[in-house]
Design a protein around this ligand. Structure first.
Ligand code: HEM
Ligand SMILES: *[C@@H]1O[C@H](CO)[C@@H](O)[C@H](O)[C@H]1NC(C)=O
Ligand SMILES: *[C@@H]1O[C@H](CO)[C@@H](O)[C@H](O)[C@H]1NC(C)=O
Ligand SMILES: *[C@@H]1O[C@H](CO)[C@@H](O)[C@H](O)[C@H]1NC(C)=O
Length: 340
């Protein structure tokens, strides 16, 4: 059954996702990737009071909508956290991930293999943008909304434990291309070397990579995204444990089936993920890879009470500063799905 999944995924990859009709999740084989260097990982333009004068109460609007949507569906909170990550790693945190295709651009980031069919939360961003445009037209960028929403989803999914400020002042980008997603976002079958390099290319160190991976404490994955791990390979020291592998195999009835990332506390943002890593109860090769000698110490450190939570706040802020755009190379979009 699992090999059937892999075959399907392979077909999808070969056909290419530019058709916009392909299956969620990853296909194999996968092009070997050389992450590109971001031009400016530091962001001197961001500050905590950015909308204080120009749109007072903007952050409250974002938080209220995120809370409401998470009340309806906790999974959407996981989607918003991932949306922030996928925005920041491709073209910087500039809302390029939100752009729809147009006749002028038939294949934007959201149609890239890591995004198509699995990224969610776009409608939440639209809802927030609509409210903010009604309140202060043309002021709040879509890139800042994505960053605030990722922060607020973290807050609510942690049952208000993980609270932090997110500086703002990002401008929205005008460039979005599906072909840039594969090389900038780490694939689920990445080993520790690839993971380290992909994050380093964005100015994030090994500790921050391990800390941010902890976001896999919430949300789901399509079975096609870990087809390389099933059936279980008994001679692979990083394989899933047999009990977990059979439980996941049972849940993966088809390529479109989904499984919780954290089978213990699937809807709570906590440090359970790191226990799962040590117990070989995680989905991806990239999760299992954190048990490598290079990072095992960091995984264990994140089990110290409050350690991961503290590090996660800082790492999310740092991720939010990757290659941010300014007035010189960006704009404040009127509609988050279209350039002005
Ligand atoms: C370390 C490298 C990473 C890899 C290889 C990776 C890969 C993936 C994959 C393949 C999925 C499942 C997609 C699907 O099939 O539905 C996923 C889900 C998710 N990822 Fe990651 N990810 C990584 C890091 C991160 C980071 C840094 C964050 C955020 C800080 C993040 C947040 C999430 C969340 C919240 C989900 C669940 C989304 C949902 O339920 O809609 N991931 N990731
Ligand atoms: C449109 O797509 C191309 C790649 O096909 C990309 O190079 C370009 O930057 C995109 N333009 C916009 C406006 O997003
Ligand atoms: C990690 O994966 C890359 C790309 O597939 C490969 O070139 C490299 O040899 C691998 N490294 C290890 C330590 O397995
Ligand atoms: C199983 O894992 C071993 C050790 O990592 C590896 O050499 C072998 O190629 C794997 N087999 C399959 C079928 O992936």
């Amino acid at each position: 059954m699992a090999s059937k999944l892999a075959t399907l995924a392979l077909l999808v990859a070969l056909l290419g996702c530019v058709a916009h009709t392909c299956q969620a999740g990853y296909g194999f084989p996968y092009p070997s990737s050389a992450p590109k260097k971001s031009s400016s990982p530091a962001a001197p333009t961001l500050n905590y009071a950015h909308y204080y004068r120009t749109c007072k109460g903007a952050e409250k609007i974002v938080r209220d909508v995120v809370q409401e949507e998470i009340k309806r569906n906790r999974g959407i909170g996981a989607g918003l956290i991932r949306l922030f990550f996928h925005d920041c790693f491709v073209q910087g945190c500039d809302a390029s991930v939100l752009l729809d295709k147009t006749p002028a651009n038939e294949s934007t980031e959201k149609f890239g293999l890591p995004n198509i069919g699995s990224l969610r939360g776009f409608e939440v961003i639209d809802k927030i943008k609509k409210k903010l445009e009604a309140k202060c037209k043309g002021v709040v960028s879509c890139a800042d909304i994505v960053a605030f929403a990722g922060r607020d989803a973290t807050y609510f999914l942690s049952n208000k434990k993980v609270y932090f400020e997110m500086p703002a002042g990002r401008y929205d980008g005008r460039i979005s291309s599906a072909s840039e997603t594969l090389f900038n976002l780490p694939p689920p079958f990445a080993n520790i070397t690839v993971l380290e390099a992909t994050f380093a290319a964005k100015g994030l160190n090994l500790d921050e990579m391990v800390t941010l991976s902890g976001a896999h404490t919430v949300g789901i994955s399509h079975c096609s995204s870990f087809g390389d791990r099933l059936p279980r390979n008994a001679s692979d020291p990083m394989a899933m444990n047999p009990r977990f592998a059979s439980s996941v195999t049972r849940k993966c009835k088809s390529a479109s089936s989904t499984v919780d990332q954290d089978f213990k506390t699937p809807n709570k943002l906590d440090n359970q993920y790191y226990k799962n890593v040590l117990n070989h109860e995680v989905l991806f090769t990239s999760d299992a890879a954190l048990e490598s000698s290079k990072t095992k110490r960091l995984v264990k450190q994140n089990l110290i009470p409050n350690m991961w939570e503290t590090k996660f706040k800082q790492a999310m802020r740092k991720m939010g500063s990757i290659a941010v755009k300014t007035k010189a190379n960006g704009e404040i979009r009127r509609n988050c799905r279209l350039i002005n």
